[in-house]
Design a binder for this molecule. Structure first.
Ligand SMILES: [Fe+2]
Length: 179
């Protein structure tokens, strides 16, 4: 009799546990807690992208000297690329069930990349770009690992693409610097 009661209690506990697990899964089947952590880190990444984007627009506008035409175009190519990623990261946050940061006050409070103004020299602009890429790539590697653990293939694939693409850009910008 005692054994039967114990078995019934165990079944009840298992059923409760199943219900609890079911509650913690998001609409795309990911763990709620892990999704929140990923969304938070994606928001941090987004903030850094937004400041970096504005910096690169500034470089595009303010660059001077004999490399003007080359760099003016190169920076336009870069900020157009960044704006696509900004949208992808924000929409990934929404897909995970969270709200992307969308105010410059939040971006400034969150980002490690700081506003870089009045840069007219090519080498200074490229160095600032290399510094920002280091921040972004490092943050994306953390997200790559976290999304892997969370089985979040969508975020994982996005981070993997960004890292590969930006590592190559770092090589090219470094070569331009003569490094
Ligand atoms: Fe322009």
């Amino acid at each position: 009799m005692a054994t039967k009661k114990s078995t019934t209690a165990k079944s009840t506990i298992k059923a409760t546990a199943r219900r609890t697990v079911a509650k913690k899964v998001t609409s795309i089947g990911l763990d709620h807690t892990q999704s929140s952590e990923l969304a938070e880190k994606l928001n941090d990444l987004l903030a850094n992208y937004q400041i970096f984007y504005m910096n690169v627009r500034g470089f595009h506008w303010n660059i001077k000297g004999e490399k003007f035409f080359e760099l003016h175009l190169k920076f336009e190519e870069l900020y157009n690329n960044l704006v696509l990623k900004i949208d992808e990261v924000a929409e990934r946050i929404l897909t995970l069930g969270h709200i992307p940061l969308h105010g410059y006050d939040d971006y400034l409070a969150t980002a490690v990349v700081k506003p870089t103004k009045n840069v007219s020299e090519g080498k200074k602009a490229i160095q600032a770009i290399l510094d920002a890429f280091k921040v972004l790539i490092t943050k994306q590697r953390v997200l790559l690992d976290l999304s892997d653990v969370a089985d979040d293939e969508g975020t994982n694939a996005l981070m993997s693409d960004y890292i590969r693409e930006q590592e190559k850009l770092v090589w090219m910008y470094s070569s331009w610097m003569g490094n």
